[in-house]
Design a protein around this ligand. Structure first.
Ligand code: UDP
Ligand code: MG
Length: 312
């Protein structure tokens, strides 16, 4: 099997039929073998019935899974990754915004040019400005933090080498950060392809403005986990020691003032409170680092490393 196309579906009943037709038209006369892997993410419309019908009526290989409830796009993709058999995995949205015409070029980039991951870039985007503008900002931050030069991290249309998706653990809302997750696993050949994008024809967008905040928080956690995963004490401990030192310095200074120079009214000075506050914060940071180290120590045996090759 050359390609698995993974398609998360959440209430997309009208789009599914045209989508399958379109993919078939694009791929059937070409020389690659492919399967479609639909994950119905707990749709409440007739998406599942449509999928059933499509798989019965079509000759092409269609796999479909239905979640009992809505778990989110990351969960749907993660399940799709487990089921996919192709050597190249392509993810695309079900809403007809991503074009199946891109499947073949993406496949070739992975297969012939040796990319680990190729992300689509909706250069000309057909979405309302309330979506495109924040997205620009968002991508700029992501580029800066992750050092991956992509313009459109959140593009639903992406292609992966099989190993990449089998090695990545997508949870929460982390589907937005697949390139970052891949990079942390050591897959550094990450490419980009400009893809065509359509306005949504049927149904409504499933993501609102809330995604901005949660997406940003996710980026922070990825960044943090990636950087300090194995040595949290280096982060918390450093901050803790700095805070404790400043606090200690202030308190010692005030004590000397009082005891040696007999200055009165120390307890009314803002510095006094600041000293106490920062000292306490420092000990808390330090303890947080210590606890994190304990957690890591206890699971360090089960930590798995991503192995490229071995000679035995
Ligand atoms: N989706 C999903 N589960 C969800 C939300 C969305 O499987 O909880 C799917 C949805 O059906 C679509 C894709 O994820 O195929 C992208 O969603 P949408 O088009 O609403 O996002 P947008 O294009 O607005 O960013
Ligand atoms: Mg969409």
């Amino acid at each position: 099997m050359d390609v698995s196309v993974i398609i998360p579906v959440y209430n997309e009943e009208e789009s599914l039929g045209p989508l399958v037709e379109w993919i078939e038209a694009e791929l059937d006369d070409k020389s690659i073998s492919y399967e479609l892997v639909f994950i119905d993410d707990g749709s409440t419309d007739s998406s599942w019935q449509v999928l059933k019908k499509l798989s019965e009526e079509n000759d092409i290989e269609i796999k479909a899974t239905k979640f009992r409830r809505n778990y989110g796009k990351s969960a749907a993709l993660s399940e799709g990754f487990k089921l996919a058999q192709g050597n190249v995995i392509i993810t695309m949205d079900a809403d007809l915004q991503d074009s199946p015409e891109e499947i073949l070029p993406l496949y070739k980039m992975i297969k012939d040019e040796g990319y680990d991951l190729v992300s689509g870039w909706k250069k000309k985007r057909h979405d309302p400005i309330s979506k495109t503008l924040p997205s620009k900002l968002f991508n700029a931050v992501a580029r800066y933090v992750s050092k991956i030069p992509l313009h459109d991290f959140n593009c639903g249309l992406k292609a992966y080498k099989k190993e990449v998706v089998k090695d990545i653990n997508v949870y929460g809302d982390m589907h937005r950060w697949m390139p970052v997750l891949a990079k942390w696993q050591g897959y550094s050949k990450i490419g980009e392809k400009v893809v065509t994008h359509q306005a949504r024809k049927y149904g409504v967008s499933k993501f609102g403005a809330r995604r901005l905040i949660s997406g940003f928080l996710d980026l922070l956690s990825i960044f943090f986990v990636g950087k300090f995963n194995k040595r949290p004490m280096h982060f918390f401990g450093t901050l803790g020691i700095i805070s404790i030192s400043i606090g200690l310095f202030i308190l010692v200074y005030l004590t000397i003032m009082k005891l040696v120079y007999n200055v009165s009214g120390i307890q009314d000075r803002p510095l006094f409170f600041f000293g106490i506050l920062i000292f306490i914060i420092g000990t808390q940071l330090f303890l947080t680092g210590f606890l994190s180290e304990l957690i890591i120590a206890s699971r360090s045996k089960s930590y798995t490393y991503n192995i490229l090759d071995r000679i035995e």
